[in-house]
Design a protein around this ligand. Structure first.
Ligand code: SF4
Ligand code: SF4
Length: 119
């Protein structure tokens, strides 16, 4: 099961007030042994072209739930993850109860990482 996700990648087209509006994200890091080796490969820089491209990966149900939520995180993506060394990786899905992606001012996916990665 995937849990609520927070993200600081403010330049990502899916970023929404420290949350992620994507329906599904992919974390890379097949051979990751430390946190910075993991990256959110779904990151796309905010611009018009990427905004149009992102339309096929919008979490509409999550956005509606988040709109009506007074507190808490109701919108978060499904996660596919390659980082097999992470203790939360369960056959390519994430079993953590909450996930934090870091990417302050990142301009590409290589500058993002999963802060919840743990061996
Ligand atoms: S970097 Fe990844 S988790 Fe963060 S908003 Fe973008 S797609 Fe979502
Ligand atoms: S916590 Fe681990 S399994 Fe979950 S997304 Fe991050 S690196 Fe992948």
């Amino acid at each position: 099961m995937n849990g609520p996700l927070t993200c600081s990648a403010n330049n990502c087209v899916h970023y929404a007030n420290n949350l992620c509006s994507a329906n599904k994200i992919h974390i890379s890091g097949l051979n990751a042994s430390i946190t910075p080796d993991t990256h959110c490969s779904t990151f796309q820089e905010k611009n018009l072209e990427n905004s149009l491209n992102s339309l096929s990966n919008i979490n509409i149900n999550g956005e509606i739930k988040q709109f009506f939520s007074n507190s808490g995180i109701a919108m978060y993506p499904e996660i596919e993850c390659d980082a097999k060394a992470c203790k939360f990786n369960n056959s390519g899905t994430c079993s953590s109860n909450s996930i934090n992606i870091i990417g302050n001012d990142a301009m590409n996916s290589n500058s993002t990482y999963c802060n919840t990665f743990c061996k």
